[in-house]
Structure formats: structure tokens, C-alpha cells
Design a protein around this ligand. Structure first.
Ligand SMILES: [Zn+2]
Length: 285
């Protein structure tokens, strides 16, 4: 089926109270696994490409192939540029044909993030490209979460309201105790803050750093307005573990395509489980 728009996918998630998984593909190995999982689960999905993985391919050719595969899928799929950290990367993404981008100015001072994000929206809107942006800083350093760190790092609901209104973004990624990569301890999400942010802003909310959050916490976050959840680390670690297990088997035939198929199968498992937890399974039926 043709590409589904980011807005349509997130609006449906919001209306029917589930979250869409946004799964990062670093290269072609993950692509068929995620699309297969989505088709088997009858789930809408979002594929993402992070510029840190551009080194693995030639972007325009790669994107053309990814888009052709998406168009063959029997479920709604959108494609998003993940963590575009500069105007140049966003412009390169537009030129390459991303229908949706995330501009990440979260490390910039508030005013700079706001102004840069507004500028990116001004560039993307006339091209019919949607923009996700982030306010607050993910706890990627694994800092101890005292009230002082929370106030410094987490998304401020008042600022979020102003940020969304002034920039015109289509969705907002929040920092509420979530982090990229594997968590250095138990993730502790600030649900009260999430609820206040939900009441303050009109656009769908996004949770980055989904690998390692418990099923209970995912469901609570979704009930409080999270419509999109990003997953990468768990797929990568799952693929790695599957390869490790296969190669440690003394009977393994040392056939490289077979090895890759173990990795793909595990990625598919991870994605399917997430779709079931997020409640997106069956929503494309
Ligand atoms: Zn992220």
C-alpha cells in the first residue's frame, strides 16, 4: 500500500489509545524483519533512519529501496528521519525524500531550540513534510534522578506549551526519565509530569528510548498520551545475541546468509512483542 502519512498514523493511535512503534533500521537486515512483523501483527508502523547510520549506505539509493519495500507492505507504514541535529541534515533528508523528520535541538538552550525548530518547520511545511521535535534532555548519562536533575533535564510542561504553539511542530518528544540505549538502572518515568504535559499541549507525544521500559510502564505512558515509541537498542542487542548463540553452536554450518536469518528472526520477535504491548497489533486490520 502507498505510504501512510505520519499525521494519519499518529492521529489514529491517539484516537484509539495505542502507540505506534517507530523502529530504526541501520541497514537492510532489519527492514524485512520489521515489515514482516507489522504484517503478521496487522499493525501500522513507522520506520526510522538515524543519520549516525548513514555510513552504512548511499542515502538516496538506500531510501529508494526502503520506500519501494514500504509500498509493497500490506499495512500502513511511514518513514521518519530520526534525530536530525542540524539544518544541513534536515535539508539533506528532504532532498533524499523523507516524508517526515525529527529535528533534535534538545541539547541547545531553550530559545535556540525553539527558534531552530520553528525555522525547520518553516522549511518542511511547504514540502508537506511533518516535523517531530524534542524538548528536555534524555537521561543518557544515567544521572541519579534527584529533584534538581529532574528539573534541569525533564520537559517543562509550561515551556512545552509555548514550544509547540510557537514552532508549529506535529509531535513532541518528551524527556520524563527515559534514555537512549540500555538503562543503567530501573527506568523511573515521571508520569505526573507526562500527564501535565499532555494537558498542556495539543500534538501527539513521543517517547524515545523505549528499550528496557517495562510493559506496565509502557501501558501507563500510552494511557497518559504517548502515541509513538522509538525502539532500536533491543533489536540490535537481540540480533547480536542470536548471532552469538548460533556461532557458539558447534553444529553451525558457518553459512553467512543463515546467520543473518537468525538475526532477522530475532528482530521480528522483538518488534512483534512491542506491537502487542503498545496495542498497535490488529489496528491495521
Ligand atoms: Zn531518540
Amino acid at each position: 500500500m502507498p505510504f501512510e502519512s505520519y499525521t494519519t498514523i499518529l492521529q489514529d493511535a491517539r484516537k484509539r489509545k495505542y502507540a505506534v512503534g517507530a523502529f530504526n533500521i541501520f541497514a537492510l537486515e532489519f527492514l524485512p524483519a520489521i515489515l514482516k512483523a507489522a504484517e503478521e501483527e496487522k499493525s501500522p508502523t513507522i520506520l526510522q533512519i538515524n543519520p549516525i547510520h548513514y555510513q552504512h549506505h548511499d542515502l538516496p539509493n538506500y531510501l529508494a529501496y526502503v520506500k519501494a519495500q514500504i509500498e509493497k507492505a500490506s499495512v500502513p507504514v511511514c518513514l521518519n528521519l530520526d534525530h536530525g541535529k542540524s539544518r544541513e541534515i534536515i535539508l539533506q533528508g528532504l532532498q533524499a525524500g523523507f516524508p517526515s523528520v525529527m529535528f533534535d535541538g534538545s541539547k541547545l538552550p531553550y530559545d535556540e531550540n525553539l527558534n531552530s525548530t520553528a525555522e525547520i518547520v518553516g522549511i518542511c511545511k511547504p514540502c508537506n513534510v511533518t516535523v517531530e521535535a524534542e524538548l528536555g534532555t534524555l537521561n543518557d548519562e544515567g544521572l541519579e534522578l534527584t529533584l534538581a536533575t529532574q528539573d534541569r533535564l525533564f520537559t517543562d510542561p509550561e515551556k512545552a506549551k509555548q514550544f509547540v504553539e510557537k514552532t508549529g511542530i506535529d509531535s513532541l518528544a518528551v524527556a520524563i526519565g527515559n534514555a537512549h540505549g540500555f538503562y543503567k538502572g530501573e527506568p523511573k518515568l515521571d508520569f505526573e509530569r507526562l500527564e501535565t504535559i499532555r494537558e498542556s499541549v495539543s500534538v501527539p507525544l513521543v517517547l524515545h528510548g523505549g528499550s528496557g521500559i517495562t510493559e506496565t510502564d509502557f501501558k501507563k505512558a500510552i494511557s497518559l498520551g504517548i502515541c509513538k515509541i522509538n525502539i532500536y537498542t533491543e533489536m540490535s542487542a537481540g540480533a547480536f545475541a542470536a548471532v552469538e548463540k548460533a556461532t557458539s553452536d558447534k553444529d553451525f554450518t558457518k553459512d553467512y546468509p543463515t546467520l543473518l536469518s537468525f538475526a532477522r528472526d530475532e528482530v521480528k520477535n522483538v518488534v512483534k512483542k512491542k506491537m502487542q504491548i503498545f496495542g498497535s497489533s490488529g489496528k491495521a486490520a
